[in-house]
Design a protein around this ligand. Structure first.
Ligand SMILES: *[C@@H]1O[C@H](CO)[C@@H](O)[C@H](O)[C@H]1NC(C)=O
Ligand SMILES: *[C@@H]1O[C@H](CO)[C@@H](O)[C@H](O)[C@H]1NC(C)=O
Ligand SMILES: [Zn+2]
Length: 258
């Protein structure tokens, strides 16, 4: 009997959170963000990821927020995701996913470098990463970079190396006016709490009122699902489940790297 109550409660909280998310993002979200608008005025944003599908699985709340407010979003993907020999397919899938995310195809760059191949245990050279990222920043006059934090959401070594590559750019070019934001990795409980995580995520930026944290609530959660579905070669049952249960589908908390 007790477990029926527990399950019913969990389902209720889920529905309530989803409802809150849809209402929140439509009416009160922009108000909540007003004091941060200055920091976000018309940016050239570079999202740096490791594999095709990272953008759809982890970063859609931030992408949706930025594109819907007219910011210029560029995506730099540092591998074709060839761990299973499907690199050529996955590259096309990334372009299609970006169309679903309203990022024009010409604003997506995919690197296929022999030293930067997808896989666990494949160590990526941070200097090489920094050189590639730096070049992209210069070409597109980037003033804001978004990437993984040092855990990289799933702990994948490629995600973590990308973080260190971006940090290297930041430290090597101190004179430049670039803001770098990292996606905060949540513990496993929060990671799989779906929309329920928006309550905690909303608290963070309030507690850190000095603008070192930003919370992006996904205004179009369905778009995450549609974008991920473009990655047909990856769109298996456990990823469908992941996209549904993952808090990264509903909210992104970004922390500023100093
Ligand atoms: C890493 O890349 C840099 C720049 O491309 C290169 O100079 C350096 O030798 C590389 N380091 C290793 C360990 O391969
Ligand atoms: C911002 O707030 C956090 C926590 O309150 C603190 O750790 C951090 O040092 C603050 N940063 C600045 C720049 O004041
Ligand atoms: Zn990845």
């Amino acid at each position: 009997m007790a477990w029926i109550v527990i399950i019913a409660s969990v389902i209720s909280v889920w529905i309530l959170s989803l409802f809150k998310l849809l209402l929140f993002s439509r009416f009160s979200f922009s108000k909540h963000f007003n004091h941060n608008c200055r920091a976000l005025q018309k940016r050239n944003v570079l999202l740096v990821i490791a594999h095709p599908d990272d953008e759809s699985m982890f970063f859609t709340p931030a992408i949706n927020f930025l594109t819907s407010r007219g910011h210029n979003v560029q995506i730099l993907c540092l591998s074709v995701g060839d761990a299973d020999g499907k690199g050529h397919i996955r590259k096309q899938e990334l372009f299609q996913a970006c169309v679903a995310l309203k990022v024009p195809m010409q604003q997506v760059k995919i690197v296929n470098h022999p030293d930067l191949q997808d896989g666990f245990g494949k160590v990526w050279n941070h200097s090489l990463l920094a050189n590639i990222i730096e070049e992209e920043i210069t070409i597109h006059c980037i003033n804001m970079v978004i990437t993984f934090d040092n855990y990289g959401v799933s702990g994948h070594c490629n995600h973590r190396d990308v973080h260190y590559g971006v940090c290297k750019v930041l430290y090597d070019t101190l004179q430049r006016d670039i803001e770098v934001w990292e996606l905060v990795s949540n513990n496993i409980l929060r990671k799989y709490s779906g929309p329920v995580d928006i309550w905690l995520s909303m608290l963070w930026p309030i507690l850190h009122s000095n603008e070192t944290m930003q919370c992006f609530v996904n205004e179009h959660p369905r778009r995450s699902y549609l974008a991920m579905a473009q990655h047909s070669s990856q769109w298996v049952w456990f990823r469908k489940l992941f996209v549904t249960l993952s808090s990264y589908t509903y909210v992104n908390t970004l922390r500023k790297i100093k």
